[in-house]
Design a protein around this ligand. Structure first.
Ligand code: FES
Length: 99
C-alpha cells in the first residue's frame, strides 16, 4: 500500500490518502473540510470534485450526479475516487463556501 498527497485547491488543504482509501474518508480522517460530505456512498453528489492533476481510480458513481461527459472532464465523486499518485482537485459541491 502506498500513500499519496491530495491537495484541495479551493481550500488550500492537503492531506495524505492511502491508495485503498477513498479521498473523502481520508479527508475526514485528516480533519479537513474542503469537500462537502454527504451520503459517503456515491449517491448524492455532495462530494463532487474535479481532478486537476494526478492519476486516480474511480468506482461506480451515480450517473444522475456525474454524467459520462463530466467524468471525461475529470469530474468524480470524492467518496468513489482512490489516488494512484499525488492528486490536485477542486471541490464542486454546492455546500462548499469560501473561508
Ligand atoms: S458523499 Fe454522497 S456522493 Fe459522495
Amino acid at each position: 500500500m502506498s500513500h499519496h498527497t491530495v491537495t484541495i485547491e479551493n481550500s488550500g488543504e492537503t492531506f495524505r490518502c492511502a491508495d485503498d482509501v477513498n479521498v473523502l474518508i481520508a479527508m475526514e480522517k485528516a480533519v479537513c473540510k474542503g469537500i462537502p460530505v454527504g451520503c459517503r456512498n456515491g449517491g448524492c453528489g455532495a462530494c463532487k470534485v474535479q481532478i486537476l492533476s494526478g492519476d486516480y481510480a474511480v468506482r461506480k458513481m451515480n450517473r444522475a450526479v456525474v454524467s459520462a461527459e463530466d467524468e471525461a472532464q475529470g469530474v468524480v465523486l470524492a467518496c468513489k475516487v482512490f489516488p494512484r499518485g499525488d492528486v490536485s482537485l477542486r471541490a464542486l459541491g454546492r455546500a462548499w463556501k469560501p473561508a
